[in-house]
Design a protein around this ligand. Structure first.
Ligand SMILES: Cc1cc2nc3c(=O)[nH]c(=O)nc-3n(C[C@H](O)[C@H](O)[C@H](O)COP(=O)(O)OP(=O)(O)OC[C@H]3O[C@@H](n4cnc5c(N)ncnc54)[C@H](O)[C@@H]3O)c2cc1C
Length: 462
């Protein structure tokens, strides 16, 4: 990067928007695992869309690469600056501009923290349904760029389903003003889709129009123990039939996950014995508490009569619902307790999941007698998380990645259900996408970012 670029930055931005040299705090070049890369030469912290546009015009003209940072909670090493990249931090574009309950729309800047939006909308009796463990740090721009999923996808869909309109700055600094507040818009190519789930390689999201929904007055949670994976899928079918749109989460936990969370994560208690082969947590939401309770009890009775479940408990208060959710939400703490470990975020057809999990367990045992896997996930969305604990020996991390992604490819699965590809999963993209699909992605990137300045190298190399 030429020194003249820093001079241009100083001319274009006020001092409070610019960090250079030793003024750059380590958090801008340290990832979630605590790994640090080289200090970038500049961090730009815009407040407005015009600032972002001015920055990208300059970078485009001087061919300086940029990495965009939201809350930096992504798990695929995408936001660390390297190879002379400067940082574009969205942290100061954090205004919630409008909450319009009559239209069911919120307009926000991309740096708004997810939890701040959830809380603001709740004040109006509404909800923004996207919810994930990183809610206190991740940003709406990051959620959009990764098409985040989370706990309520079965009812409300992924982030893509919650976006009505976007304002985006393209790599040459052009502002695309697509901040529309309505669902129906069949007027040619739906350009916003280019920027949802594409990990910031085609443009910078600056503002979003998002769908919000009336908050359900009541949420009830059931936890069930089951003896086989076949029973788990039978319960999913029954819950969908009996609860319809009231079913807002359906999470599965294999025994090893459930037992180890209870044993190793402080403060997590089990309302059921811990020896059953499978556990399912499901949540129902609605406006009539008594009717929901009756529906849930009837559903569980039917499941017991049909021999689908062995044991079950239903939450009796918000506190008991939270205690049940804590079992499923403690996956990050459990994962840390299983170090050294490799984590996976995989999608596959529900009817292949049991075989897939058994195959991983069997193949791990063949080459690492310390290794074992714990499996859990958003079953209703076809999404499994697998955490593999392994022996602390060189190259084992990569060997296990190759093993699990290889099996995922064989089972026609996706190597990334939620978290994206970034740098971490780039070598394995070809297991889930065809050569022609990857080449089409490259064609798009070359056309929209001819100097390859935005998040270069993420997802694929140009
Ligand atoms: C404890 C924990 C739980 C998690 N649970 C889930 C889960 O259930 N579901 C799920 O989907 N993910 C989950 N994640 C992953 C992560 O939180 C999501 O990917 C989240 O959407 C990332 O948001 P962020 O603001 O932190 O983005 P960052 O990590 O900052 O960035 C992610 C990507 O988006 C790009 N980007 C960021 N902002 C913009 C912007 N304004 N314009 C263009 N590109 C941008 C970045 O360059 C990068 O490529 C979890 C992470 C943690 C740590």
């Amino acid at each position: 990067m030429p020194d003249s670029f820093l001079d241009e930055l100083r001319k274009a931005f006020r001092a409070d928007a610019l960090l250079i040299g030793d003024d750059i705090d380590a958090r801008y070049f340290t990832d979630m695992a605590g790994v640090q890369v080289t200090r970038p030469r500049a961090v730009v912290r815009p407040r407005t869309t015009e600032d972002v546009s001015r920055l990208l015009k300059l970078c485009h003209r001087m061919k300086v690469p940029v990495t965009t940072q939201g809350g930096m909670t992504g798990l695929v090493r995408a936001t660390m600056p390297h190879n002379g990249e400067i940082v574009l931090s969205m942290e100061r574009m954090n205004a919630i501009e409008e909450v319009d309950v009559s239209s069911g729309v919120a307009i926000v800047q991309a740096g708004v923290i997810l939890q701040k939006l959830q809380e603001r909308v709740e004040d109006e009796g509404f909800m923004f349904p996207l919810d994930l463990g990183a809610r206190g740090s991740c940003t709406i721009g990051g959620n959009i760029s990764t098409n985040a999923g989370g706990n309520r996808v079965i009812r409300y869909g992924m982030t893509r389903d919650l976006v009505l309109g976007l304002e985006v700055v393209t790599p040459d600094g052009t502002v695309l003003k697509g901040l529309r507040k309505f669902i129906k818009n069949n007027t040619g190519i739906d350009l916003k889709q280019l920027y949802i789930g594409t990990e910031g390689i085609l443009g910078v999201v600056t503002r979003a129009a998002l769908r919000i929904f009336p908050a359900p007055a009541e949420r009830q949670v059931a936890l069930c123990a089951l003896s086989s994976f076949g029973d788990v899928t039978s319960l999913l079918k029954l819950a969908r039939l009996r609860l319809g749109g009231g079913l807002t989460a359906f999470e599965v936990m294999w025994n090893e996950y459930y037992r180890l969370v209870i044993e190793r994560v402080p403060g997590v208690a089990s309302p059921l014995p811990t020896h059953h082969p499978f556990y399912v947590l499901f949540e129902a939401s609605g406006s009539d508490a008594e009717r929901m309770r009756a529906d849930l009890e009837a559903l569980l009775e039917e499941a017991v009569e049909q021999g689908i479940i062995l044991d079950a408990t239903i939450s009796t208060s918000n506190a008991s619902a939270a205690a049940i959710w804590r079992i499923r939400d403690s996956s990050v703490e459990l994962s840390r307790a299983l170090s050294p470990r490799v984590g996976f975020d995989i999608s596959l057809a529900i009817d292949r999941m049991e075989d897939f999990a058994n195959r991983i367990a069997a193949d791990l045992r063949k080459f690492d007698n310390e290794a074992f896997s714990v499996v859990y996930g958003h079953l209703g969305d076809g999404n499994l998380h697998v955490v593999v604990h392994h022996a602390d020996v060189p190259d084992r991390y990569t060997q296990i990645q190759e093993l699990v992604y290889g099996i995922t490819g064989e089972y026609d699965g996706s190597i990334s259900a939620e978290h994206g590809i970034g740098m971490l999963k780039r070598p394995y993209l070809k297991l889930s996408r065809t050569a022609e699909e990857i080449e089409t992605m490259r064609t798009l990137k070359r056309a929209l970012d001819p100097h390859n300045i935005l998040n270069p190298g993420r997802i694929f190399a140009v």
